[in-house]
Design a protein around this ligand. Structure first.
Ligand code: HEM
Ligand code: HEM
Length: 180
């Protein structure tokens, strides 16, 4: 079984990272939208804790994924070079930027509340913003805007993958089983 990518196939590590992250990010979006509709209280504090813990999980996975990309570059795009390929590449880069900026903005907003930011209710994470109501409002609005952009990008990404698969070029198959 090939763990590494080759010039025309996705290895197991990239595929596992891609689908694990897709699942985690969709869960995080649902969880985030749920908590932003709630009044924080003792009964739902655990949901905030879960959102923060999984958010640090996304940040860790994205760093691992970027590292793995350097060790094992992704395969060549399928099909002739053109605008669609450039757009796909730009979309993939935007995913990386958002998936680093979103957890950091959530971390900064949570730091600005003055409440300890914790992972798994166990480890206190260093605050990255001063405690202030203005800072809290600013960072959470950045978090919200970036998550809306992410939702739009995921929809376009999924539709593009499905469209290409329906056209029969094997793009989706390659991300599922490695090769076309
Ligand atoms: C990729 C990772 C993350 C995703 C996809 C995500 C997604 C979201 C979404 C969609 C919302 C609702 C925004 C709104 O409509 O108002 C939200 C809210 C929130 N997020 Fe995240 N988040 C992530 C990481 C984090 C991290 C790492 C933290 C903190 C350490 C965090 C803390 C919060 C908090 C406290 C709220 C509630 C804000 C409020 O009450 O308005 N998030 N998140
Ligand atoms: C929801 C979060 C998702 C994120 C953050 C995401 C991110 C990415 C990124 C960054 C790449 C570029 C390859 C890489 O860097 O490993 C990629 C490729 C790909 N993704 Fe996703 N993806 C998500 C969900 C999905 C879903 C739901 C589908 C299926 C409908 C999908 C289908 C694909 C396919 C087929 C490729 C390969 C594209 C190519 O060969 O050019 N992705 N994805």
């Amino acid at each position: 079984m090939a763990f590494r990518n080759t010039p025309d196939s996705f290895g197991l590590i990239t595929r596992v990272l891609h689908w694990a992250m897709a699942l985690l990010v969709l869960t995080m979006l649902a969880l985030g939208l749920r908590i932003s509709d709630m009044e924080p209280g003792l009964s739902n504090l655990w949901l905030y804790g879960l959102h923060k813990t999984l958010g640090f999980g996304v940040l860790t996975l994205i760093v691992l994924r970027l590292g793995w990309h350097l060790i094992s570059p992704v395969p060549k795009p399928i099909g002739p070079p053109g605008l669609a390929q450039l757009a796909a590449r730009a979309g993939h880069i935007l995913f990386y930027v958002l998936l680093i900026a979103i957890p950091i903005s959530g971390w900064a907003g949570s730091s600005a509340t003055g409440i300890d930011v914790m992972i798994a209710d166990r480890w206190v994470v260093q605050p990255i913003a001063e405690v202030s109501e203005a800072g809290e409002a600013f960072w959470f609005s950045v978090h919200e805007v970036l998550t809306k952009i992410l939702i739009g990008l995921i929809i376009v990404h999924m539709l593009a993958a499905l469209k290409r698969e329906l056209a029969g070029d094997g793009t989706l198959r390659r991300m599922i089983r490695g090769r076309v």
